[in-house]
Design a protein around this ligand. Sequence first.
Ligand code: MN
Length: 476
Amino acid sequence: MADKRRVEKAIKMATDAHEGQYRKSGDAYISHPLAVMKIVEDWGMDEDTIIAAVLHDTVEDTDVTLDDIKKEFGEQVAFLVDGVTKLSNARSGMRDIDTYLPETKDNLLRLLIAMGADIRVLIIKLADRLHNLRTLSALPPEKQRKIAKESLEVFAPLADRLNMGRLRVEMADIAFSYVNPARFRKLQELIEEYNKSAATALKKVRKEVAEALGREKIKFTIDGRVKSVYSLHKKLAKHNQNMGEIYDLTALRVIVNDITDCYLALGVIHSLYTPMSGRIKDYIAVPKQNGYQSIHTTVITKDKRIIEFQIRTKEMHEYAERGLAASFYYNEQKLTENYRTGKIQHLPTSLLWITELQNTAAKLRTGKKVDMRKLKLNLFADKIFVYTPKGDIIDLPKGALPLDFAYRLHSEIGEHVSGVKINGKMSNLNKKLEHGDVVEILTSKKQTAKESWFDKIFTSHARQKLRQQLSKKWNG
Ligand code: MN
């Protein structure tokens, strides 16, 4: 339980400090830190985080200093506010954080390093971003697009990586509605139409499943989960825009008491309907990388409807919705210094990369040399980050080859590749790039695109460029 008086005092300090400041919407500025505080409170965060949340913009935007905060609320709160402030600075490319990572100007990486200071900094930052998204309509269009795009590219994947499902969905959908409003509305309508047309059938299925589970004396709750607009958008892109291949527009979620009941419920559902082969995914036995657990199965009902079921325990459900924040909540007793660098015991193994980042950040802060190539950034599991010799960061999908890298730099560089050095050594074009590689492309004017390169390319982007270059060569 939060100490009411301490929180009240923080609210007063923030209110006084932001006095006379207004948001673009015309609201008093304090409405923003108060909303951010409410969000982390709802996530079940600890008292220091709640206090730091309401103070998060004071050091940057008002006369309040870190020392004032330290004096009133102690070192922990000051540390958190400082972290959030540094993170904003990192994003606008200003002082301080530059010294963390002299090698690169890449904001994303700096953001990750900075957040490594304390995960709670990141949680406040996510809440800050969520509220800014919720109130995005007040900003000019250009800023809206910038913030929305960044949210889609950095913050929503981050929320996903922390298994904060509810947050990811809200962020991604708001952001997508600004990035591509027409597409957003179109897909939203599609989802609504589908739900209307499927409503009666779903109701029947729910009833059948409920009765069957009841007969087996399995305690459960069941509800429908509607796919978010943005995840539908992404899935359609993967399936050539073919709606016929999307089976999980509406899924039915069955929540039971324990793991045994999960498998019993799966059996019950499969005895009612025909499971589609290859579409049973047991994320209980093998959790997703972000710790997500559930059994998914897609079945065909008697009247030939295709429905996805997701079966999980209450704890798994809570964790899927609130992710990292949920594990804080469950471990409130341990809320001490342990949150600080490297001592986090209660994080699920799937989130241990955070500890890794923290350790790296701690080294960087104390001026120790860090071998950037060893820095494992598994935040975006399907991506690798490789470096140009100058330290620019290029992100590529896992599996990418040197030619993909070359074409990504510039199609002309791709066209004239004569060789590649990886981490300073000559290498061949079949060599899969690994996270952290420093890649130097050698070019020669005499060398031009070759058909045999199709075998040495992984990304569709490079393939497309190569095709263009070859057809030019042949036709003219
Ligand atoms: Mn803010």
